[in-house]
Design a protein around this ligand. Structure first.
Ligand SMILES: Cc1cc2nc3c(=O)[nH]c(=O)nc-3n(C[C@H](O)[C@H](O)[C@H](O)COP(=O)(O)OP(=O)(O)OC[C@H]3O[C@@H](n4cnc5c(N)ncnc54)[C@H](O)[C@@H]3O)c2cc1C
Length: 773
């Protein structure tokens, strides 16, 4: 008997049986979610020993000349066309010319390849478009985002038959068809796989011909673009009781394209998502018959709907909402830095108050971090990866951090950001935050189950192999595979434990790091914590096994650590890729100090709450013998970050690059007024300092005393006027508000579906529509 067969038969076999009971069992939907997409830098972090040269050598995302021109041309033009206030509060829709522009300039076809008439943009270009649009109108941005996100276009591209692609993609590219995707129903939200919408395979007549088809019944809600869609991508559970397709009764979740004009389809009235009026509403189908070849990918893809969805989400989750969130944070940095500079209280610019600086510093660092992570993730996607765990991290973290940045921005603006009207530039973003938090996997469930739960299985060097071996129907083959994976795992765990211990006890001083100037020490700390993370994961899986899945608070904290590691890597990479800008160093320090503090606190919380106490004591001894030590960024770093956004400069420009800047001539646009006031205020700062030194506040008196010249006095007065215009808010006559009142709601009862969407009365319509009518 060879050594290896002795090991397999006498050591591995009993462990194999034990592990079959202990390791988490995967449900069919979990398995499909895990098998969707692939792994990337997340897998490196899970090894406990990330290869920094690989990270730094990874090429940053770049735009082609054509993509650049699209951003400078149609995107800029679209931004100038939209009036967010009127869209949300008066017209309750995008005006017709904006709809026409979106279609004709192919905003709905960014991901559709050129051969089908689309723009064929890279993921990065797609992200840049969404980012810029999000800084002028969330409504326009979501409208452009959805056809390029999870839905018919993406699904057809990945899974459609050639006939389906040839028919639908050119029509979608030309804007002749408006797509939406119906997954969520009243019963099934986060647990979408529990949907009760059905399709039954049967014979019927379609377009005058007899065929095998599907009789559909569904009730979906919250469907973006649903009220105006011409084609609905529908998720339902397919059954085949008469075995017309094969020998299975329950085929499972299936995706099909349903033209919305078919008999039995009801398009409901509109939801109003947080008063952001992008088209969204419920829809129903009653005995709608479609041929089986309307299944996306054809009959061969029947029952594979969940896997298809997860696969499409694996990429899409990393683009739409992270781009919107990065835009949100950058926009907050842009306007809040400017507003804090121009707004005075107690005769001082509020930007000088320490408590305001605390918020400004956080906003600036968040803007830097989110854009770093967005760019790095887009680069991975453009390189052909579909890293499902990374994109889940991006979705959850970007939206959460945007929430904090927007709340900080609101607080710094005070009443200015609360009073609605055309002069308010933060209200829409503030209302939009919960939408971003909820869609594409609500954040609580994303943090608790997806970021780490799937990450542990997906990215761990051996776990998935072990689980597959344990579930192998061929027991002998399974045992063989398990034997190999398990002992490699043991070796890996031993090395990881030694590594984590050594790095923790030496404070990370000896941990690997590239020569990266002032940031080298941060690489060392990340190497240290990656090893600790890998060890803690192994120990948790070993001691908790399948129970870890139900320990959502523990799992979520692991998810936070993995997220912090990923985002910190993105920050370090950005600093490196941008030529190690010295001015940006405080931002890097802020992000890394905050991340390292969070990582240490999360480890501490895991250890304190870990149910298997001896394992917790061992972990404490190995990775955190002295408890959490870091406190986050120092006041000095916070101060320097805040300073970057309260005065014009290259660092501020780098943070807020490529946002939409309304023309300075716009006298009704809050951002235009703010930018003008900011520029004038910053320019007169030296004059004001001179007056301050001379202890004179009154401009005319300063001229009389010859502290300043008459020309300087004029500039000061112009700046003061600009500031007054920028801090102004709107007010309304009671009649105006009465005219704007919303109609009575409808409960969306499927028994009384109203076919029409809420339409503005003619007098409320945008001028172009009135003219057309
Ligand atoms: C504006 C908007 C647009 C949308 N557009 C579309 C669309 O175009 N197509 C479409 O199909 N759907 C769409 N949705 C639906 C969206 O995907 C769902 O709202 C989302 O999946 C959450 O479902 P729910 O709202 O029913 O919340 P629920 O599922 O009821 O969740 C409530 C809370 O429980 C938490 N939770 C649930 N399960 C767990 C768990 N196991 N552990 C911990 N926490 C848990 C969630 O995180 C959430 O915080 C849209 C929603 C909105 C608001």
């Amino acid at each position: 008997m060879s050594d290896s067969s002795f090991r397999r038969d006498y050591l591995t076999k009993p462990l194999f049986r034990l592990a079959q009971r202990a390791l988490p069992r995967l449900s069919a939907t979990e398995r499909e979610a895990i098998e969707a997409g692939d792994v990337w830098w997340d897998a490196d972090l899970f090894t406990g020993n990330p290869d920094w040269t690989k990270l730094l050598a990874f090429a940053p995302a770049r735009l082609s000349e054509e993509e650049r021109q699209f951003l400078a041309g149609p995107v800029e033009e679209l931004c100038r066309m939209v009036d967010d206030w009127k869209i949300n509060w008066q017209w309750h829709d995008l005006p017709p010319e904006v709809w026409a522009f979106l279609k004709s300039r192919k905003f709905f076809a960014m991901i559709i390849p050129k051969q089908y008439g689309g723009l064929g943009f890279s993921h990065y270009a797609h992200s840049e478009v969404i980012r810029k649009l999000s800084t002028c109108s969330i409504c326009a941005s979501v409208t452009a985002m959805v056809p390029n996100s999870l839905g018919p276009g993406e699904l057809l591209l990945q899974f459609g038959t050639k006939e389906q692609q040839d028919y639908w993609l050119p029509r979608l590219a030309r804007g002749e068809e408006i797509p939406c995707f119906g997954l969520t129903s009243p019963e099934a939200g986060s647990d979408a796989a529990s949907m009760v919408d059905t399709g039954v395979v049967c014979r019927g007549t379609f377009g005058g011909r007899e065929c095998i088809g599907i009789c559909l019944n569904w009730h979906k809600r919250y469907i973006t673009l649903g009220p105006i869609a011409t084609v609905l991508g529908l998720a339902f559970k397919l059954r085949d009781p008469d075995h017309l397709l094969g020998d299975r009764d329950d085929i499972g979740i299936t995706l099909a394209l349903v033209p919305t004009h078919l008999p039995g389809v009801s398009i409901g009235r509109r939801h109003l998502p947080a008063m952001l009026v992008f088209q969204n509403g419920p829809n129903w189908g009653h005995d709608v018959f479609i041929p089986v070849d309307y299944i996306i990918g054809g009959v061969g893809q029947a029952g594979k709907g969940w896997k298809m969805l997860m696969s499409a989400l694996a990429a899409g989750r990393g683009i739409s909402l992270p781009s919107l969130s990065a835009a949100g944070a950058a926009f907050c940095a842009h306007v809040t830095g400017a507003y804090a500079c121009i707004r005075e209280q107690f005769h001082v610019s509020i930007a000088k108050f320490e408590a305001i600086k605390e918020r400004l510093g956080r906003i600036a660092a968040t803007a830097y971090l989110l854009d770093a992570a967005r760019r790095m993730t887009c680069a991975a996607l453009d390189d052909g990866h579909h890293p499902a765990v990374v994109t889940a991290i991006m979705k959850g973290q970007a939206t959460e951090r945007m929430r904090v940045a927007v709340a900080d921005a609101m607080d710094v603006h005070g009443g200015k950001a609360i009073m609605e009207g055309p002069l308010n530039y933060l209200g829409s973003l503030y209302r939009g935050v919960p939408i971003a938090i909820t869609v594409e996997g609500a954040n609580i469930v994303t943090r608790a189950l997806i970021q780490f739960g799937q990450g542990a299985i997906r990215c761990h060097p051996y776990l998935l192999k072990e689980m597959q071996a344990l579930e192998d129907a061929d027991r002998a083959r399974g045992l063989d595979a398990f034997d190999k994976a398990f002992w490699a795992h043991v070796g890996h765990s031993f090395v990881t434990a030694m590594r984590a211990w050594g790095r923790a006890w030496s404070g990370g001083l000896m941990a690997p790091a590239p020569g990266a100037g002032a940031t080298t020490r941060y690489y060392r700390q990340l190497s240290r914590h990656a090893a600790a993370f890998a060890l803690a994961v192994d120990l948790s899986l070993l001691t908790l096994g399948g129970a870890l899945k139900r320990k959502e608070m523990i799992s979520a904290r692991f998810g936070d650590i993995l997220s912090e590691l990923y985002l910190s890597c993105a920050v370090l990479k950005r600093w490196n890729d941008e030529g190690r800008q010295n001015d940006d160093l405080p931002l890097v320090q802020y992000c890394l100090e905050a991340s390292l503090a969070t990582i240490e606190v999360r480890f501490d919380e895991i250890i304190a709450n870990f149910p298997v106490r001896p394992a917790a004591w061992l972990l404490r001894f190995l990775i955190q013998p002295f408890g959490p030590r870091r406190r986050g960024p120092s006041d000095r770093v916070v101060d320097r970050c805040a300073a970057l956004i309260v005065s014009p400069g290259a660092a501020r420009d780098r943070l807020t690059v490529d946002l939409y800047h309304p023309p300075a001539t716009e006298t009704e646009h809050g951002v235009a007024l703010l930018e003008r006031a900011f520029a004038l205020t910053a320019a007169v700062e030296p004059i004001r300092e001179r007056m301050h030194a001379a202890r004179v506040r009154d401009i005319d008196q300063a001229v009389q005393q010859r502290t300043i010249t008459a020309d300087e006095a004029a500039r000061l007065k112009a700046a003061a006027e600009a500031v007054a215009a920028a801090v102004a808010v709107n007010d309304f006559a009671p009649e105006e508000l009465a005219a704007r009142g919303a109609g009575a709601g409808n409960k969306g009862d499927p028994s009384s579906p109203a076919i029409s969407s809420t339409r503005p009365s003619t007098s409320d319509l945008p001028p172009q529509t009135q003219a057309a009518e």
